[in-house]
Design a protein around this ligand. Structure first.
Ligand SMILES: NC(=O)c1ccc[n+]([C@@H]2O[C@H](COP(=O)([O-])OP(=O)(O)OC[C@H]3O[C@@H](n4cnc5c(N)ncnc54)[C@H](O)[C@@H]3O)[C@@H](O)[C@H]2O)c1
Length: 522
């Protein structure tokens, strides 16, 4: 329980603690009133009079002393700090548990401290019931209010408009190249800053588009970044060393690219008056958990990659201001065909193996992952860009669709439905990643629902093999870690880059995850 206090934030918690405190007091007043009415109605005027006359003394002295027990127990139960379990449908159970425990402690304390002033059953029972219903109802009402309010907001104009300049950092990758094409289709002017780690081929379809600009550069290089940021309205930051194995390959470039360069980009963006900043994080920040995670759940990444994402998220949220509006997008695991399909991602990899080798290996088949087709992910990203800023500024969104949470065994079943003869091997491994994710917030605020199923993705990869668009899935350029191992980690352009990155690696005390990661890398 005490671990949940790590995430305590006064500004967020105080209004909610005050609301719960008021509910508890109103519940006691209402329970007393109900008891008086009941006793009077039953012709028991003496008992009714006794409650009324004892009420003032009990309420003003004893109840005031004990009532903080409620918010205190709620706090320890993670109501105000978003413990890992305070998410999705588990939230109702956590609320129920908190209310019951608080009531038990309250009455035990009441009896022990002020035994003579204990309240009768006719007050105690309605009080417990009202307090439980009250605390649960405000939470439900808050959700309903949010839904109503958000529906209305859909009619208000968005900040991002056709013709705006959008900078896509890392726009030549698997996601970026599909995103760039979609933004151009929608009428945006698009600039890409990318060091072309995996080549420029993914951008070939858009290279001659009149509204497209490519800056071949490194997001760790201050001059490249300043050049790229100048004159843009929004930034979508995708550039990273992507995936656990690729980051583990060489910690230095991973920490610089994923964290320090993001911090530099934030400062340069703010300096140039860029108002919107969408950041590609990952659902892998949730680590290993059996609980369905929503955006309020505490993050516990179990890899360097996940830790760099968490620290970059914090840097962005800390940088939010009246004029700078960051939004964190925690992407589900991508599948499907793009201009740089990655075959180091589970659905694509298993499909390719089934197609070319007739056998697939499932590691830890019971583990959950959220999946999303690359075109759906791009669509959702564009929707967030086009959502009114007040609904997304400083917000975190899990980006995916709840219907695409699957166990790895289910993924194998989908592949087997496309390849009935495929042999499936199950193996247990030390990989602990396991997370099921709640995407309701994205649905509520943007209306996004995925169009593509896992099977759609499998089918289009199979078709790509049949049409010989892809001939060898083991080719290095489809695998981040293997590619970086073969060609070596991206070097700095000059010495200054190393110094600047070192400076941006020095962070506030809040970014302790990075500190741990950095320590373990040296
Ligand atoms: N693909 C997924 O399943 C997935 C899931 C969750 C989050 N994400 C996030 O989405 C983003 C894009 O992922 P992706 O799958 O397209 O990855 P990718 O590896 O295909 O693309 C990354 C791009 O960043 C560029 N890049 C890397 N270092 C750079 C640097 N120093 N300067 C400039 N450019 C640089 C690379 O050249 C590449 O084009 C990443 O931030 C990733 O963490 C991806």
């Amino acid at each position: 329980m005490l671990r949940s206090l790590r995430n305590f934030r006064w500004q967020e918690a105080v209004p909610r603690i005050a609301a719960d405190f008021m509910i508890v007091h109103l519940s006691m007043i209402a329970a007393m009133a109900m008891s008086v009415v009941y006793q009077a109605g039953a012709g028991n005027a003496v008992a009714a009079y006794a409650i009324v006359s004892g009420f003032l003394q009990y309420y003003t002295v004893f109840f005031w002393v004990l009532s903080p027990i409620y918010p205190l127990v709620f706090l320890l139960n993670g109501f105000y700090t978003h413990s890992r379990a305070y998410a999705g449908r588990y939230k109702a159970l956590v609320v129920l548990r908190g209310v019951v425990v608080a009531a038990l402690i309250f009455f035990a304390a009441n009896f022990l401290l002020f035994g003579y002033a204990k309240v009768g059953r006719s007050v105690a029972l309605p009080f417990v019931a009202l307090a439980a219903v009250g605390t649960a109802s405000v939470r439900i009402l808050k959700d309903l209010f949010e839904k109503r309010y958000l529906l209305k907001s859909k009619t208000t104009p968005s900040l991002a408009r056709r013709g705006d300049w959008v900078l896509v950092v890392g726009g030549a990758g698997y996601i970026g190249s599909v995103l760039v094409e979609r933004l151009l289709e929608k009428g945006y002017r698009v600039r890409v800053l990318d060091s072309l780690l995996y080549g420029d081929q993914p951008l070939r379809p858009v290279r001659s588009h009149p509204d497209f600009e490519l800056i071949v550069g490194d997001c760790r290089n201050i001059q490249d970044v300043v050049r790229a940021v100048r004159g843009v309205d929004s930034i979508i930051h995708l550039a990273a060393i992507v995936g656990d194995p690729a980051c583990d390959q060489d910690h230095g470039p991973a920490l610089e690219t994923n964290y320090a360069a993001t911090r530099m980009l934030i400062e340069i963006a703010k300096g140039h008056g860029v108002s919107r900043f969408l950041f590609a994080s990952s659902c892998s920040v949730y680590g290993a958990t059996d609980v369905e995670m929503d955006e309020n759940a505490a993050v516990e990444p179990i890899s360097l990659y996940g830790r760099t994402k968490v620290d970059a998220e914090r840097a962005l949220l800390d940088a939010r201001s009246e004029t700078f509006h960051p939004t964190i997008l925690r992407y589900a695991t991508v599948f499907g065909l793009g201009y740089r399909p990655r075959f180091d991602l589970v659905v694509n990899l298993l499909t390719a193996k089934a197609c070319q080798e007739g056998v697939i290996t499932i590691y830890n088949g019971h583990q959950w992952r959220p999946f999303i087709h690359v075109r759906d992910l791009v669509e959702a990203t564009v929707r967030v860009l086009e959502t009114p800023v007040r609904l997304v500024s400083g917000e975190i969104f899990n980006l995916g669709d709840g219907r695409l949470n699957h166990t790895l065994t289910e993924v194998a079943e989908v592949i087997r439905s496309a390849f009935p003869d495929v042999r499936v091997e199950h193996i247990d491994s030390s990989d602990r990643r396991n997370y099921r994710v709640n995407f309701d917030k994205l649905l509520r605020r943007t209306g996004f629902r995925a169009q593509y199923t896992l099977r759609d993705g499998v089918d289009e990869i199979v078709k790509a093999f049949e049409e010989r668009l892809i001939t060898d899935y083991t080719d290095l350029r489809y695998h981040n870690q293997r590619y970086l191992k073969a060609v070596g980690s991206p070097a700095h352009k000059d010495e200054v880059d190393a110094l600047v990155m070192a400076a941006f690696s020095n962070h506030s005390q809040d970014h302790t995850v990075f500190a741990t990661a950095h320590a373990s890398s040296t």
